[in-house]
Design a protein around this ligand. Sequence first.
Ligand code: PHE
Length: 356
Amino acid sequence: MTPSPAGDDGSESPGVDPEGLVASAVDRLAMITTLTALDELQTDLLGKRSALARAHQGLVALDPGERPEAGRRLNEARRQIESHLAVARRALELDERSTRLEADRLDLTELIGPALRGRLHVVQRTRDELEDVFVGMGFRVAEGPEAETDWYNFEALNMPPAHPARGMWDTLYLEVGEPETVMLRTHTSPVQVRLMESQGPPIYAVMPGKCYRRDTPDARHIPTFHQIEGLVVDRGISFADLAGTIETFTTAYFGADIHSRLRPSYFPFTEPSAEYEITCTICKGSGCRTCSQTGWIELGGCGMVDPAVFAAVGLDAEEWTGFAFGFGIDRCAQMRHEIPDMRVFFDNDVRVLRQI
Ligand code: PHE
């Protein structure tokens, strides 16, 4: 090939040797160690200002007879450079990936140690511990469904349709049957009704399980939470039995320095009704931010079974008396482990969960 006039920038002849271009590309590629450098080299080798591109532009200056062969050699050189670049790119990508993987490496042998092997979630453990305490006190454990009908969740609990007390529970309804007839249970109290229907007194039972409310999550509330319900139905049960049971449970579960108190309250299915509060575990009753300086934390509600509930399940309220209580398992876990914000239970951050 005869040398041709210089290109526009006057720096290089378009008559370069295409095979030489390939050889020099291969040499330069051998020096490349990062994808960024590879991108730069690719522009250098194949871009508009590359020797190859200028050689292409220079073809017009050649004898018409020489053009096809010169063009073919340039195309072949481009094809080869492209394929060398692709091979190098693939190798670098693999390299960078393994470097990244190496940096993100987790030592799994550590996880196989006792700290995390088959560990139960703190809420599940709390539920098991609560069951154990109540079983030790002579209670049996029962369960009910999470999807409930209006009858069990409200009506049999002395809340007829449109009863204002239904507003105490922000309900998530399911699209099953007639509107607002089937819902995710807002508390475990419907299991009281199921138990009284399915077995006669005497009843000494606790009923743990998941409940749902249309609540905005905050430090002490989560829309999907857990409760444990208690129900005692027998002859001659009094409010003193309720208070004694609650106090016995409280010291058994939280320790001898934590006590319970009952404050007058209202629930449609108990009469009289009370809030169940325990000594704040964080300040041991002296007052702190978590308990709003009161020294007490509310765990749930309780009271004597309302005669209207006995009537709904066909029990004679003259013969039978009983008490019921229901409180949050998550709240219990929070108090027991002195956790300021309940949401950490469900963020599933292993660094937090392994500590509790
Ligand atoms: N079910 C009530 C609630 O979720 C608590 C409760 C249970 C109150 C049993 C009285 C008796 O708020």
